[in-house]
Design a protein around this ligand. Structure first.
Ligand SMILES: *[C@@H]1O[C@H](CO)[C@@H](O)[C@H](O)[C@H]1NC(C)=O
Ligand SMILES: *[C@@H]1O[C@H](CO)[C@@H](O)[C@H](O)[C@H]1NC(C)=O
Ligand SMILES: *[C@@H]1O[C@H](CO)[C@@H](O)[C@H](O)[C@H]1NC(C)=O
Ligand SMILES: *[C@@H]1O[C@H](CO)[C@@H](O)[C@H](O)[C@H]1NC(C)=O
Ligand SMILES: *[C@@H]1O[C@H](CO)[C@@H](O)[C@H](O)[C@H]1NC(C)=O
Ligand SMILES: *[C@@H]1O[C@H](CO)[C@@H](O)[C@H](O)[C@H]1NC(C)=O
Ligand SMILES: *[C@@H]1O[C@H](CO)[C@@H](O)[C@H](O)[C@H]1NC(C)=O
Ligand SMILES: *[C@@H]1O[C@H](CO)[C@@H](O)[C@H](O)[C@H]1NC(C)=O
Ligand SMILES: *[C@@H]1O[C@H](CO)[C@@H](O)[C@H](O)[C@H]1NC(C)=O
Length: 553
């Protein structure tokens, strides 16, 4: 943290009015919730329908040949990487020196957009492009929805309500770097995709067509792509499909399978709905405790630093945390946020770590039931890889849907499933991607040296896990082709060395298909869904779990 004196000197240079200057007080609407409505009340698109015939009615479309399907994942000499976040603007810290290259957006954990992570998982010498000599056979895609507004009851709306209530009763005033709060209102919606958020699955769809479009030639039926019933899930899959198939073709090019996401419903893409211990004190709260304890530590000095600019309202570490969260949410919703500049690089690293802790203990390696939540999708992957129908429904699979080859086809060249951040974290735990957990249990009171578990690399908005099924030469000297699989998480190849039968390190992250299938079967067998999700157990203190399962005596 910054020494206090240095801090005040620095701030008084940037904000000369702060010390001794009269404060502007908050107007009575500060912190109020503001919300707009479009289309305007009473206006509908059908009202003047006859004045606006559609393209088919008008005719004269011009030539429409579409050409051959692209397969850039094989044909392009280098990979197309995702490294920008147009059209949102991220205000960098007003405390970092000129020319600092630090961009807070890469410290936003699950609250920032996905980007290509390169060799982050330990395989820097490969790329998303399929390795030399290999042919692409099939692709399995699991992706998170696009950028959203806060979910119900998250910190930002709580902070806004507190500010507003205080403005109405006792009054407060903000100055210096916080002066904007005097007229700030809470403009965020809830749960659904933001406008920028829609672009993420849309762009993923476009990218997927460019990279893997040629696989469409191998379909013998209309593809089934799956999502859950929540609004942002359905709109994310639709936006993906619009990108992938184009308008209006997307309407006739795939079956959209919408699996009910609600308490008690079996859903491998929303497995917390049936895993009781994911939501209770037995096995569901430890991520929140770890991150909560860390927040009190890393924002303690920050709270004291910002308090002098707020008179009549007492800041807490939780309120300051809400301001960091507001930076992320306002940016992805409104395109810009004045909150972002309030924090130093170190404070952003603290924020990032709070999310790493929350996921590690709540959704990933340190959770006693993360693997159990991810196991249903692992079983579905196994069924798809081996083209074997699922007949035993003893986890979180919906047997009505998966027991039917129309709603759960096994023979698609491209599979695409949309899901949530936490579920991707559950699934990579179930798949035993142990290198993500390589640095062991995360301390609650400091950021350890060599931290490898970064949520912004695992579960950001539209995070995407891509399983490439390839046929490749058996070795450098033997050109006989053998079948392999590898996984790219946000374009970073994941070493599969933690899974039985895939132990041999490989610079491209490849594992022989048959070996992966065998390892996956063994992994599924070692996960005890009923025990981890429903038994009354006591998590070890401290929590030393690293493979997402409750240890058994
Ligand atoms: C399975 O899915 C079907 C179709 O949506 C639904 O009617 C049924 O309630 C689901 N069952 C469970 C246990 O989730
Ligand atoms: C800190 O962790 C303990 C459990 O060890 C928990 O009871 C407490 O609520 C946590 N504190 C915060 C602020 O989250
Ligand atoms: C910072 O930590 C000190 C010492 O534990 C504590 O007294 C103080 O209340 C904390 N400040 C905030 C804002 O949490
Ligand atoms: C802020 O905290 C101080 C000391 O803890 C207390 O005296 C004061 O009344 C509080 N102010 C408000 C607005 O809550
Ligand atoms: C839902 O899962 C449970 C096992 O966890 C199973 O007993 C039940 O039959 C499943 N329901 C459906 C419709 O698949
Ligand atoms: C789907 O299942 C039906 C009846 O169980 C079977 O007749 C049909 O051949 C199956 N279709 C495919 C593509 O496997
Ligand atoms: C080449 O690889 C194939 C597949 O692994 C194997 O069956 C075959 O024996 C190998 N040939 C030679 C000459 O090593
Ligand atoms: C999964 O990883 C754990 C270590 O975290 C290991 O003990 C276990 O054997 C692995 N399971 C399989 C099937 O590879
Ligand atoms: C779990 O067991 C503890 C005692 O070990 C008990 O206090 C608690 O009520 C039990 N919880 C449930 C949900 O049964």
């Amino acid at each position: 943290m910054w020494p206090r004196l240095y801090n005040l000197v620095a701030l008084s240079c940037i904000f000369p009015r702060v010390l001794g200057a009269p404060r502007e007080s908050a107007s009575s609407f500060a912190g109020a919730t503001s919300s707009d409505v479009f289309p305007p009340h009473g206006a509908t698109v059908t009202q003047y329908e006859t004045y606006f015939p559609d393209a088919e009615q008008v005719g004269f479309p011009g030539p429409t040949p579409t050409g051959a399907e692209p397969q850039a994942i094989a044909t392009a000499p280098v990979a197309a990487l995702n490294l920008a976040h147009y059209p949102v603007v991220v205000q960098t810290s007003q405390y970092s020196g000129a020319g600092s290259s630090f961009d807070p957006i890469y410290s936003w954990g699950n609250l920032g957009p996905w980007y290509s992570v390169g060799g982050a998982f330990g395989l820097p010498e490969t790329s998303p492009q399929i390795p030399d000599g290999c042919d692409l056979e099939q692709v399995h895609l699991l992706f998170r929805h696009g950028a959203r507004y806060p979910t119900a009851g998250e910190a930002p709306s709580v902070f806004a309500a507190a500010l507003h209530a205080a403005a109405d009763s006792t009054g407060w005033s903000a100055s210096g770097p916080l002066e904007f709060l005097n007229t700030w209102t809470y403009k965020l919606g809830e749960e659904v995709l933001t406008p920028y958020g829609r672009s993420l699955p849309f762009n993923l769809g476009v990218a997927f067509r460019v990279k893997y479009g040629s696989l469409l030639n191998d379909f013998t039926s209309i593809p089934v792509f799956r999502t859950t019933s929540e609004n942002r899930m359905v709109t994310s899959l639709s936006n993906f499909a619009v990108g992938f198939f184009g308008v209006p073709d997307y309407l006739t090019s795939y079956h959209e399978e919408i699996i009910i996401e609600a308490n008690g419903y079996n859903n491998t893409l929303a497995p917390y709905e049936t895993c009781t211990n994911a939501n209770n004190d037995v096995g569901g709260n430890i991520g929140g405790y770890a991150s909560g304890n860390w927040t009190q530590i890393y924002l303690n000095k920050t709270t004291e630093r910002l308090q002098p600019y707020m008179s009549g309202f007492n800041l807490t570490a939780d309120y300051v945390y809400a301001m960091q969260a507001l930076c992320t949410y306002e940016t992805v919703a409104l395109g810009y946020s004045a909150f972002c500049g309030l924090f130093t690089e170190e404070e952003w690293r603290g924020f990032e770590y709070s999310i790493d802790l929350s996921f590690w203990y709540g959704q990933g390696p340190g959770s006693p039931n993360a693997a159990a939540r991810g196991v249903g999708w692992a079983q579905e992957l196994l069924a798809r890889l081996t083209k074997t129908p699922i007949t035993k429904f003893d986890t979180n699979i919906n047997g009505t849907l998966d027991g039917n080859n129309i709603t759960f086809p096994l023979d698609q060249p491209i599979f695409a499933d949309a899901t949530h951040d936490v579920v991707i974290a559950n699934i990579v735990t179930a798949l035993n991607f142990t290198t993500l957990a390589a640095n062991g249990p995360l301390p609650w009171d400091r950021i350890p040296v060599g931290q490898t578990y970064h949520v912004q690399q695992i579960a950001p908005y539209t995070s995407n896990l891509v399983g490439q099924v390839l046929s490749c030469p058996a070795s450098a000297t033997n050109s006989t082709k053998e079948k392999y699989i590898r996984f790219l998480l946000n374009d970073g190849a994941v070493p599969l060395t933690g899974l039985a039968h895939c132990e041999t390190p490989n610079k491209d992250g490849l594992c022989l298909y048959d070996n992966f299938v065998q390892g996956l079967k063994e992994r599924i067998a070692e996960i005890d869904y009923d025990y981890d999700c429903f038994a009354n157990y006591t998590i070890p203190v401290p929590d030393t779990i690293v493979d997402g399962r409750m240890p058994r005596a």
